[in-house]
Design a protein around this ligand. Sequence first.
Ligand SMILES: Nc1ncnc2c1ncn2[C@@H]1O[C@H](COP(=O)(O)OP(=O)(O)OP(=O)(O)O)[C@@H](O)[C@H]1O
Ligand SMILES: [Mg+2]
Length: 209
Amino acid sequence: MQTILCMNAKGGCGKTTVATNLAAWYADEGHRTAILDFDPQRSSIDWLEAREGYEGVPLIEGVDAVAGDARAAYGTDIALLDAPAAVYGSEVTQLLRRADALLVPVLPSPIDMRAAARFIDGLLKSGRIARGQTRIALIANRVRETTRIYQALDDFLRRYDIPVLTHLRESQNYIRAAETGLGIFELAPSQVALDVVQWDPVIDWLGDA
Ligand SMILES: Nc1ncnc2c1ncn2[C@@H]1O[C@H](COP(=O)(O)OP(=O)(O)OP(=O)(O)O)[C@@H](O)[C@H]1O
Ligand SMILES: [Mg+2]
């Protein structure tokens, strides 16, 4: 099983968006996929409940992981861990212990970048990351490419010796997918073509399940 953690202490940066869309992608590829939702807001579990309304979309197991030491079912190929906001200290360590890969979404805003700097500095001190047991990568999210703040985010993220895999553009398709329980890969192809290609480097970096 490959375990992929989506985490950043800052709220609203795209953890659930990354977790749910990757889950949909892996499930569509035929992998047995689960989301472990560690957030008391249960946004991923809500998304999975909305997904139940569709016939023909592949099943994704949902695990409410808030209460304790929850695990995906035996035989799961890919587990996405959706972390809550405001995680620090031992909670971060415990989540990292479970993860083969960590994706950190960051928004183009001064407040988000300052918060991300503190969070990433903390992560780089973690033994698991230093030893390469959990691979780490960054994702710029809700990007409008022509803006000055995007350039500032890009410069900021590239200061670290951590891969910046992609930028996901600001797109209503993510809002629609979040509402409906689908991944953007499952919306009409002509509508999501610009979004879908932005995930290629993420999927390449994660490698074969
Ligand atoms: N690239 C994007 N374009 C447009 N909307 C986006 C994008 N990424 C995320 N969103 C929207 O922004 C909001 C916050 O995203 P999301 O829920 O994924 O963040 P989060 O980090 O999981 O938040 P929380 O800390 O509350 O768990 C959601 O409404 C989501 O649909
Ligand atoms: Mg969330």
